[in-house]
Write a protein that binds this ligand. Structure first.
Ligand code: GLN
Length: 499
C-alpha cells in the first residue's frame, strides 16, 4: 500500500475481494504510528493488541463470506481501523479529554457514535490528543503535550481535534472522529488539508461524549474526502434513546449523486473581512470560481449579526462548561488529590489537575452565570444567539448553501498565540456561528499558501442539510485534486520503506 490510504469505499472493496487483509491494514497503521507519531504525537493511546485481535476476527468473517459468496451483506466498515478523539468514551480504553483530572479514568461504556461504527465493523485503533476538554484551537492546551501538523511540524494542527486531524493527515489511520463545539473539527481539517464534517446539532448522538458546551457540542468526522465523511455520517447518525436531543429524522444516504448545477451558494459579506490572510481569501475565491464553472450560482448575502458571534460564543460556551465541569471533583471520576477534608479534596484536585485554559473558562462561565449577572450576560447572549440563528434562517430562504473561509489564517506556529487567549479565540471567528445556529458545516481543502500549508473553505447548510453540503463538496473534489495532496512527512515515511 502506498503512503496514503485509499478511500473507505476502496478499502471495503479491497478487503472483500481479498486483495488486502484487515491484519495488513492494522499493521500498516501501527508501523506508521511507530515511525511518525514520535514527532506528530497524534495518539494518546494505541490499542495494538485489541486492534490485532479485531483484525483477525474481521479477516475470518471476510474469508468466510468470500467462501460463501456473501460479502455484499457484510457490515460496510468491516476490518477498517479508525481513531477516536479522547473526549469520546470507548469501553476499556482510557478517556482523559486531554486533562490530568481524568488521568486513569477508563469508561465502562462506549459513546453511541463510536459504537455504531464498531457495529458497522470499524476497529478503534486508539484515542487521539485534544485540547483539554476540547477548549482550544491548536491542541496546545492538552495536558499530554502538543500535537504537530504533518505539513510542517513547527505548526499547530489546529484544535481541539488536532490529534485526529494529524492522525489522518499524517497517514496513520484512514479517518477519525472529532468533536466540534465552535470549530474543532473544521479548523483542524483546514489546517491539515482534510475534509471535516460538523453535523447539525442533534444529528449524531452525544451520548458518551465528555460534555463541553452542551448546546453547541457535535460529534464529527475528519476524513480525506466528502465521500468518506458521507459514509461515516450515514452510519453514526440518527435517533439514540440515550440522548434526548438526538433527532429522529431520516439519516442521509452515503451516496453522493448529483451535481451543483443551479445550486445557489451565498457569500456572506461579513465573512470576507480585513485581517484574512490574502492567500486564504484568494484560494476561497478560486474555489468559488470552480463552483461557478460547475454550474452553481454564487450570490452575495448578508448575515448582519455576525460581529456578535465571538462574544456570544465566549459567554455561552464557558457558562455551559463551568456547569459541565463541576462533576470533576476528585470523587466521581479519575484521580483524587489527597487532603484532610472533603472540601479540600475538591479544591486541591481541581486546583492541581485542571490546566490554565480550563480554569479561565470555569471562572468566566461562573461569573457570567452568577446571581445579578445572569440576565446581563448569559441571558443577553442567548437572545443574540437567536438573532444569529435568524440571520441563517433568512439567508437560507434566498440560497441553498453558504460559503466562507474556515479560519482567517493557515496553521500558525506552535506557541504563536499561547500568551494571548484573545488572539487564539479570533481563529474561531468563522466557525462558531454554525454551532450557535446548530446548522451543519463542511470544511475541505481548496489550496495552499506560500509556505505549503493547506487552506480550507467551508460550506454551511440549513438544519439537517448535510446531504447537500456533502454533494457539493464531492462535486468540487471530483473536479479538483487539493484533497489528494500529501504532506512531505508521508513521502519521508515512504522513502523509509513504509508500506
Ligand atoms: N476553539 C473553540 C473553543 O476553544 C472551539 C473548540 C471546539 O470546537 N471544541 O472553545
Amino acid at each position: 500500500m502506498g503512503s496514503a490510504f485509499p478511500s473507505l469505499a476502496a478499502l471495503q472493496t479491497a478487503l472483500r475481494q481479498g486483495e488486502l487483509s484487515s491484519a495488513e491494514l492494522v499493521e500498516t497503521c501501527l508501523r506508521r504510528i511507530a515511525s511518525r507519531d514520535a514527532t506528530l504525537r497524534a495518539f494518546l493511546w494505541v490499542d495494538a493488541a485489541g486492534a490485532r485481535r479485531a483484525a483477525r476476527e474481521a479477516d475470518a468473517r471476510l474469508e468466510e463470506a468470500r467462501r460463501t459468496g456473501e460479502t455484499a451483506s457484510l457490515p460496510p466498515l468491516l476490518g477498517i481501523p479508525l481513531a477516536v478523539k479522547d473526549v469520546l468514551a470507548v469501553k476499556g480504553m482510557p478517556a482523559t479529554a486531554g486533562s490530568r483530572i481524568l488521568e486513569g479514568f477508563v469508561p465502562p461504556y462506549t459513546a453511541t457514535a463510536v459504537e455504531r461504527l464498531q457495529t458497522a465493523g470499524a476497529i478503534v485503533l486508539g484515542k487521539t490528543n485534544t485540547d483539554e476538554f476540547a477548549m482550544g484551537s491548536s491542541t496546545e492546551n492538552s495536558a499530554w503535550g502538543v500535537t504537530r501538523n504533518p505539513w510542517n511540524p513547527e505548526r499547530v494542527p489546529g484544535g481541539s481535534s488536532g490529534g485526529s486531524a494529524a492522525a489522518v493527515a499524517g497517514g496513520l489511520v484512514p479517518a477519525a472522529l472529532g468533536t466540534d463545539t465552535g470549530g474543532s473539527v473544521r479548523q483542524p481539517a483546514s489546517y491539515c488539508g482534510l475534509t471535516g464534517l460538523k453535523p447539525t446539532y442533534g444529528r449524531v448522538s452525544r451520548y458518551g461524549l465528555i460534555a463541553y458546551g452542551s448546546s453547541l457540542d457535535t460529534v464529527g468526522v475528519l476524513s480525506r474526502s466528502a465521500e468518506d465523511a458521507a459514509l461515516l455520517l450515514s452510519l453514526m447518525a440518527g435517533r439514540d434513546r440515550q440522548d434526548a436531543t438526538s433527532a429522529s429524522l431520516p439519516v442521509p444516504a452515503p451516496r453522493l449523486e448529483g451535481d451543483v448545477r443551479g445550486l445557489r451558494i451565498g457569500l456572506p459579506r461579513e465573512y470576507f473581512i480585513a485581517g484574512i490572510q490574502p492567500e486564504v481569501r484568494a484560494a476561497v475565491s478560486a474555489a468559488l470560481e470552480v463552483f461557478a464553472s460547475l454550474g452553481a450560482d454564487v450570490v452575495p448575502v448578508s448575515l448582519p449579526h455576525t460581529e456578535y458571534a465571538l462574544p456570544v460564543y465566549y459567554l455561552i460556551a464557558p457558562a455551559e462548561a463551568s456547569a459541565n465541569l463541576a462533576r470533576f471533583d476528585g470523587v466521581r471520576y479519575g484521580v483524587r488529590e489527597p487532603a484532610d477534608t472533603m472540601w479540600e479534596v475538591f479544591t486541591r484536585t481541581r486546583g492541581v489537575r485542571f490546566g490554565a485554559e480550563v480554569k479561565r473558562r470555569i471562572m468566566l462561565g461562573t461569573y457570567a452565570l452568577s446571581a445579578g449577572y445572569y440576565e446581563a450576560y448569559y441571558g443577553q447572549a442567548q437572545k443574540v444567539r437567536t438573532l444569529i440563528r435568524g440571520d441563517f434562517e433568512a439567508a437560507f430562504t434566498q440560497v441553498d448553501l453558504l460559503a466562507a473561509p474556515v479560519a482567517p489564517t493557515t496553521a500558525f506556529r506552535i506557541g504563536e498565540h499561547t500568551a494571548d487567549p484573545l488572539a487564539m479565540y479570533l481563529e474561531d471567528i468563522f466557525t462558531i456561528t454554525a454551532n450557535l445556529a446548530g446548522i451543519p458545516a463542511l470544511a475541505f481543502p481548496v489550496g495552499f499558501d506560500g509556505q505549503n500549508l493547506p487552506i480550507g473553505m467551508q460550506l454551511m447548510g440549513p438544519h439537517f442539510g448535510e446531504a447537500a453540503l456533502l454533494r457539493a463538496a464531492h462535486a468540487y473534489q471530483r473536479a479538483t485534486d487539493w484533497h489528494l495532496r500529501l504532506p512531505p512527512l508521508e513521502d519521508a515515511g515512504r522513502e523509509a520503506g513504509d508500506g
